[in-house]
Design a protein around this ligand. Sequence first.
Ligand SMILES: Cc1cc2nc3c(=O)[nH]c(=O)nc-3n(C[C@H](O)[C@H](O)[C@H](O)COP(=O)(O)O)c2cc1C
Length: 403
Amino acid sequence: MQGKRIVLGIGGGIAAYKTPALVRQLVAAGMDVIPVMTESANHFVTTTVLTTFSGHRVRNDLWDLEAERSMGHIELARWADTLLIAPATANLIARLANGLSNDLLTTLYLATTAPTVVAPAMNLEMWNHSATKRNIGVLETDGVSIIGPDYGEQACGETGPGRMLEIEDIVSHLLVTTDPIDTPMTGLRVLVTAGPTRESIDPVRYITNSSSGKQGYAIAEAARDAGAIVTLVSGPVALPPPKGVQQINIISAAEMKSAVLDIANDIDIMFGVAAVADYRPTHSEPHKIKKMYRNGSPMSIELVENDDILASVAALSDPPYLVGFAAETQSLVKNAVQKRERKCLDAIVVNDVSDHTIGFDSDENEVTLLHAHGETTFDKSPKAEIASKLVAAISELYTSNRT
Ligand SMILES: Cc1cc2nc3c(=O)[nH]c(=O)nc-3n(C[C@H](O)[C@H](O)[C@H](O)COP(=O)(O)O)c2cc1C
């Protein structure tokens, strides 16, 4: 499933300066956002920043001939799962209430069958005016959800009702009104680690492993699509960052541990998919080690054990629901059961990395999920499919664990 598709209508009020942050948070919450600006909104926020944060070309013109070759305004109206208008100016509210369609945004409002959510923002006298009150009443009768405004200090220096609802509250509103059946992880905070780590020998050499990061990235995307707010802590991989996921890039196991522990207290579910190096060189040389002519005699690198990241998270006073991954080459289930118990994990996913058609660097996987109440095997299929099934199974286990 794709993330919820939001057309974000932006009116020409001072609160429009907050919309880049709003777009960022909606995207981080797994939503796909296309901004549509009124002409006045262009005075308060740039299309450049909105394009950058949304990843979509901002639409601000009904007479955009390129888009209209395929009836772009109707396509956009059909594309939206929700039309969110924030900030909604007094003028925009009046136009919507009266069914005017004299620009792209008001035309979309009439053309879409998606639910419309309006976040008014204006000076308190404008908000208190009987015309605005009347127009808000009409919109409510027409089935529009009005969220806010907040009470507080306004840009004009006055204090009262009229401030746009805080961005976090707008995002929460969209999350709770997002179809809870289709999105089993709605509102949950999920941490995924992915990829290998690199343990430095000297500035140009390191110890690593063959993890491609594909399964971890697929799980981050599946959790995002299930409605979770996802943070991905990634080792060095050749994959594009998943959209709508907050990504923290690290190199070594120590950096991964520190990034994970920084946020683990605020996380509901953690998937430890990364292939974290068990050992690192005792000393990482500051300068490139010169080749020594040893006449064939061996050279050795002393290794020291890395901290176990999942075990460190499990040792927290209120750990998240912990899902570990085990790449095994023999006695798969027996080894995984032991690993789950040793590390105090809620669940473990094991795969056979001796089979080169699955696991490391391949596009497919076949895994067994083991937990306190049993085990399930997910037959060989693309990693994205395995990820969706695992996310669905884990969200069920998580829910039954909490109730
Ligand atoms: C600096 C400035 C700030 C404004 N802030 C607001 C505002 O917060 N809310 C509002 O309803 N109108 C505000 N206005 C007035 C709107 O910009 C004006 O009514 C405009 O026609 C709205 O167009 P739109 O609804 O198509 O975006 C502001 C105007 C200026 C010049």
